[in-house]
Write a protein that binds this ligand. Sequence first.
Ligand SMILES: C[S@@+](CC[C@H](N)C(=O)[O-])C[C@H]1O[C@@H](n2cnc3c(N)ncnc32)[C@H](O)[C@@H]1O
Length: 326
Amino acid sequence: MKAQRATDSTLANLCLDYRSEVIGRSRLLHADAFEWLSRIPENSLHAIVTDPPYGIKEYNLDQIEKRSNGNGGIWRIPPSFDGHNRAPLPRFTALNQKERSLIREFFTEWGKVAAHALRPGAHIFIASNSFLSQLVFDALVKGGLEFRGELIRLVRTLRGGDRPKNAEAEYPGVCSMPRGCYEPWGILRKPLLQGMKVSDCLREFQTGGLRRIDADSPFNDVILSGRTPQRERKIADHPSLKPQALLRQIVHAALPLGSGIIADPFMGSGSTIAACEAVGLTSIGAERFLAYYQQSLQAAPRLAALRLDDLTEQKTDNELQPSFFD
Ligand SMILES: C[S@@+](CC[C@H](N)C(=O)[O-])C[C@H]1O[C@@H](n2cnc3c(N)ncnc32)[C@H](O)[C@@H]1O
């Protein structure tokens, strides 16, 4: 009880002067991730679980508008399939060298501010995709984080697998990229203090390791996952909504002792915050885009209240609706 009161007061202090709302034991901020992480005191957070913007530009205001107008930009409208309209996908394969350098700079800078805000030994779980993960994880290491491996979310996406563009009939037996059947999440850690072992770090900072599923089962780095179900999409209409079934398993693993503060600095509709609430953990999320921030205030409590009977369930209500990111 006393420990929870201390966590609540730390959490309130982490809101600084940003607009914020309390949702259960968590806080939602309308803030820029870089600015917020660099302003909070060093060693404040016990973990980060996040799904960042990837092409850098797909969440710029002009690109979000183009998406909602069905108007091109980075958001490609894929052809319908079996009579189903597919949601817009960002055109990552169209990124040129300059844009790839921008991604590298973005994640190196973000790695630095995240390392400032995290406690030594604190973990980051960061969603990625098979096309950009190598670039992103390398940039995060340049920013001062330690690469600890990847979590593979086994999920069948609608990305890739297409025949060569405008030569489909000529090369019917070729696909230009494999059909994506997994989503890599980077597992990184703020380095332990020199000479510290995991056990020392757990005692001093409550970080350093990952929480086991139960006494007999360690956390595994492959999670079977369905696409985000329609009932969650009805609650939060965000193009990159991640499923509760996946996020609840990740946030559980992120705090080795089951206590402390998890942050999602690119929270979108608040799905990570909802997952923390659902499993009884404390979290704080930041979103820069006002409409998504407002969406998170409505969506997070409703997503948190969903009962999931089987966290590894593969079924979704509609396999063809969700976008590349979900
Ligand atoms: C990939 S989405 C995350 C969506 C989330 N997975 C969900 O389930 O709703 C990334 C989010 O980061 C936000 N964003 C982009 N740049 C940001 C920044 N500098 N600071 C805070 N949020 C940012 C975007 O508006 C977008 O909502």
